[in-house]
Design a protein around this ligand. Structure first.
Ligand code: UDX
Length: 446
């Protein structure tokens, strides 16, 4: 008999996980406490823009013409508890307001709702990014609350998906990590992930704390790599070097590798910044804060990038923003996403606006979300409209659409042909040939 799966929380992670599990052939029931989200998903639409997700939903959501019918949605905990052999907890763990620590309230609430209803054997699998030690604590709570007793077990299975590649990362993960306490839990998860494992994804079995820490460590490493190259960009600017060339040369060393070495305005989004802060906070609680003091520097190098971009923009405007029209290309924290959470691009746009510039933003997918956060910025329907009569153009999120812009066409629309590339993704030669003054972070001015 095929396992029946449930997914609790249908945000970024949960919606993708539920659709991907249906694609792997499982019957899936996904729960959210927000009826509006459930209605959107039942109609076959993801809660956010993510390439390939709506197509997967159309293929599997019950009630959609021609679908497999394997994926259903509910707001009922009872239905979830009755249905599932394996329950994936995919709720959000945001940063606590005003603190570095992780807000576990959604995870805790999910366990409190589900556990008392587990009357038959079940494996509860945590996927949310949590402080190390949470799985131990939640396993104890499950044992206290579940009527099934020891037959209701916990596993921890961190998720490493990237926005923009979420579907691909879920179906073909770089690795699957499971923290388990029993052979039964391991066997169930091997069954769930049999297809990706057969496709070559390594399956790493660990204890709870190690599984939790893999996620913390991976995000810390990635953040460090980005801040490292951004620190090199600062030195390049001071010394007249070119960080793009430097990164290319470094990347040829197989021990270093070319990925995550793009210098620019730094990392943002709903994961890396809050995860490294929560990791530091947790290490402090464990008496291991000294081990992670370097992450404080990683965070501060990263935050410095935004201020530096504002200063370069100010210099390009002749020392002040008053009376200047500035076009901002990009609002999301990365391309191929509509997510503006902790977006360096939107932060820079906002700072410049608050300092007196007239800012007009264009982003291929992030306009609606950006306007919710920053309604006072100007928004234009195309890149060409955004740059019209601008004194300065800032390139802040590296969408392919921006790389494919024709600088000659834009040159005719602007007041001054000055562009600052905050992502080191545009081709300087192309822009300079079209008459632009082109500057980029960590690169020499030509
Ligand atoms: C990240 C992790 O990669 C993923 O494994 C984890 O599950 C969630 O957090 P994501 O937030 O989708 O994923 O974005 P990612 O692609 O890692 O980029 C994060 C930020 O770093 C973006 O703002 C991006 O613009 C920036 N970045 C990335 C750089 O500034 N330079 C780089 O070289 C790479």
């Amino acid at each position: 008999m095929t396992l029946k799966l449930t997914v609790i929380g249908t945000g970024y992670l949960g919606a993708t996980h539920a659709a991907a599990m249906a694609e792997l052939g499982f019957e899936v029931l996904a729960l959210d406490i927000d009826p509006a989200k459930i209605a959107t998903l039942t109609a076959g639409h993801g809660p956010m823009f993510e390439p390939g997700l709506d197509e997967l939903l159309a293929r599997h959501v019950a009630g959609i013409d021609g679908s497999s019918g394997r994926l259903r949605f509910t707001t009922s905990w009872q239905e979830v508890a009755d249905f599932g052999d394996v329950h994936f907890v995919c709720v959000n763990t945001p940063q606590k307001r005003g603190e570095y620590a992780c807000d576990m309230s959604y995870v805790d609430a999910a366990f409190e709702s589900l556990a008392p209803l587990l009357t038959r054997p079940a494996l509860v699998v945590g996927k949310s990014t949590v402080p190390v030690g949470s799985a131990d604590r939640l396993a104890a709570r499950l044992a206290e609350l579940a009527p099934a007793g020891a037959a209701a077990e916990l596993a921890w299975n961190p998720e490493f998906l990237r926005e923009g590649y979420a579907v691909q990362d879920t179906l073909h993960p770089d690795r699957i990590v499971v923290g388990v306490r029993s052979e039964r839990a391991e066997a169930l998860l091997r069954e769930v992930y049999a297809v990706p494992v057969a496709g070559g994804s390594p399956f790493v079995v660990a204890d709870y704390p190690t599984a939790e820490l893999v996620k913390n460590a991976a995000n810390s490493f990635l953040s460090t790599k980005i801040s490292f190259i951004n620190a090199m960009a600062e030195v390049c600017e001071a010394a007249g070097g070119d960080v793009v060339k430097l990164a290319e040369a470094l990347g040829h060393d197989e021990r270093i590798g070319p990925k995550f070495l793009r210098a620019g305005i730094g990392f943002g989004g709903g994961c890396l910044p809050k995860d490294i802060r929560a990791f530091m906070a947790r290490a402090g609680e464990l008496g291991a804060d000294q081990a992670l003091t370097f992450l404080r520097e990683v965070d501060s190098i990263n935050m410095r990038r935004r201020g530096h971009m504002v200063e370069l923009a100010r210099a390009a405007c002749g020392g002040g923003f008053l009376g200047k029209r500035i076009a901002v290309l990009g609002a999301t924290f990365k391309p191929d996403s509509d997510d503006v959470r902790d977006s360096p691009a939107l932060n820079v746009a906002g700072q410049i606006h608050l300092q007196g510039a007239q800012v007009t933003v264009y982003d291929p997918k992030g306009m609606e979300n950006a306007a919710k956060v920053f309604p006072t910025l100007g928004y234009a329907p195309t890149a060409l409209e955004a740059v019209r009569d601008a004194h300065l153009v800032l390139h802040l999120t590296e969408w392919r659409e921006f790389r494919e812009l024709d600088p000659a066409e834009l040159a005719d629309a602007v007041a001054d042909r000055v562009v600052l590339d905050g992502r080191n993704a545009l081709d300087p030669a192309l822009w300079r040939k079209a008459g632009w003054t082109f500057r980029a972070l960590g690169r020499p001015n030509a």
